[in-house]
Design a protein around this ligand. Structure first.
Ligand code: BGC
Length: 500
């Protein structure tokens, strides 16, 4: 069995949390267009639709904030288990909704669980991963998110043929199945070794590391070395660190909190969820008329998103975080810009009887806009999708990791919430202007990443202290980090020479 098999296995099971995340945000997109749903809830206006869509993300915001304390106190593992049960409750309420209030409440409860999961899963994955495949393991949660979205789209598509309210109730209820699978599977998954050491259970941590790194061999040198590194880091942190939320605002964490919040906010400011939530109606506006055409286009979008995440899983630890984000931003910015020009130059707005907008684009412009949307999703999936979650999960010291990630994750959900709320209004009001705004943000993010975000690939979690205590100008700090690497190499060589 490959040495890292256990780490992959644990990473993959916990990634199921990402599946729930993806499914629940994806499931509404096509339901919004279902006739039975519209009639049952009395044809909600675009503002009301915004509220229904966004209440999930409001729940996620609250859930992710609470998860910081919960995951420290009760462990990452138990947080994931409890969240999967809360998720079942939220899904059941959504499925059985009798009115808008109940639907919104169900979305909020499921959101609490998704918020907790979105914080606890990447932290758990990064704590069980060996440094050289950490990016890949955390990417598994992103891949699971894309699978969740994809399966939600296609289940919606299949169910929209059903001639009753079951057309929207089934997609909402069926998500209970993966949540229960996650709950049961987590019984077979160990606690995070870093959390165990931090809770004075070094013996157990030793066993877990042996399982994760060396097929159970407790005497393997890499197991002993990593255990020592974690123990040492926890010891130093205990001597120097207080563990309050206020510490997040002080040196040496403040810089990382700003970067973590910024990267999560920027991930949402890519505008990915305008597409994930509302693509069906955007496709319709762009000329894909008939329910089926736009629903299928959304299903294809899900496939594109899932497939384009694969290169990131394979190579993110080779490409590095900085380069990948910069290329991703350029791709996103460019595709938005072309779509804005194609639409802006040719649109001729008219409104249907039910108030929905048509842009009446000529065929060429309409296809170009749709292709640009797909290429945007490719750029996002290969870069901002995974790294938005990887980066915050790997930059904080153990004693602040959970609290800090709850804040960074909450910023992701806050921006997600706001965008979900205003997007349907802006799509209608300023159409291509919204694409232009996102294009500008994406081009600006190229500079932000270049100037402020240090590279973190292949560094152990304990080494982040060195990376983040230099100049805040990442592009100028390379020399210091190179010197650090030379010293480390020198020490390793000296030790090897001593032994021989
Ligand atoms: C984002 C989600 C988004 C998804 C799309 C995730 O990384 O956080 O908001 O819907 O990617 O794949």
């Amino acid at each position: 069995m490959g040495k890292n098999f256990q780490a992959y296995f644990v990473g993959a099971v916990s990634a199921l949390g990402g599946f729930l995340f993806g499914y629940d945000i994806g499931v509404m997109s096509s339901i919004l267009e279902m006739e039975y749903w519209k009639v049952y809830f009395n044809r909600p206006s675009s503002v009301e639709v915004g509220v229904i869509v966004s209440l999930l993300t409001a729940g996620c915001f609250v859930g992710s904030l609470a998860a910081g304390w919960i995951a420290d106190k009760f462990s990452r593992k138990r947080t994931i288990m409890a969240s999967s049960l809360v998720f079942c409750l939220g899904a059941a309420i959504q499925c059985g909704s009798r009115n808008r209030g109940m639907l919104i409440a169900g979305r909020f409860v499921a959101g609490l669980a998704v918020g907790c999961l979105s914080m606890a899963v990447p932290v758990f994955q990064s704590e069980i991963a060996p440094a050289h495949i950490r990016g890949r393991l955390v990417s598994l949660q992103q891949w699971a998110i894309t699978w969740g979205l994809l399966i939600a789209f296609w289940i919606d598509y299949g169910c929209h043929f059903i001639d009753s309210d079951a057309s929207w109730r089934i997609p909402m209820g069926i998500q209970i199945v993966p949540a229960l699978i996650l709950f049961v599977a987590m019984f077979f998954i160990p606690y995070s070794p870093r959390w165990l050491v931090d809770h004075d259970q070094a013996e157990k941590a030793h066993q877990v590391l042996a399982r994760l790194r060396a097929n159970g061999d407790i005497n393997a040198p890499e197991v002993l070395a990593e255990l020592e590194e974690i123990k040492e880091a926890v010891r130093v942190e205990r001597e120097t660190a207080v563990r309050s939320y206020m510490d997040l605002l002080r040196f040496p964490i403040r810089r990382r909190i700003i970067l973590g919040v910024a990267i999560q906010a920027l991930q949402q400011l890519t505008g990915i969820n305008v597409i994930m939530y509302y693509a069906t109606s955007i496709f319709k506006q762009s000329g894909l008329t008939g329910d089926n055409a736009s629903l299928i286009a959304q299903g294809v979008n899900g496939v594109v998103n899932m497939l384009a995440t694969v290169p990131a899983i394979l190579w993110i630890d080779r490409w590095g975080r900085r380069k990948t984000l910069i290329f991703g931003s350029l791709g996103c910015g460019l595709t938005y810009f072309i779509k804005a020009v194609a639409t802006g130059a040719t649109q001729h707005k008219t409104y249907d009887e039910d108030g929905s907008l048509n842009l009446n684009l000529p065929k060429g412009a309409s296809y170009l806009a749709i292709v640009m949307m797909y290429l945007f999703v490719v750029s996002f999936a290969m870069s901002w999708g995974p790294i938005g979650w990887i980066y915050p999960s790997e930059i904080f010291p153990m004693h602040m990791r959970s609290k800090a990630n709850s804040i960074t994750t909450a910023s992701n959900w806050l921006f997600n919430f706001v965008i979900g709320l205003v997007a349907p209004i802006l799509i209608k009001k300023i159409t291509w202007g919204l694409d232009l705004i996102f294009a500008i943000i994406m081009f600006a993010s190229v500079g932000i990443i270049y100037l402020f975000f240090p590279e973190t690939k292949n560094r152990s979690l304990e080494e982040m202290e060195v990376i983040f205590t230099g100049s805040a100008w990442a592009h100028k700090d390379r020399k210091r980090i190179d010197e650090y690497d030379i010293t480390v190499q020198h020490n390793i060589d000296a030790k090897a020479a001593d032994k021989s």
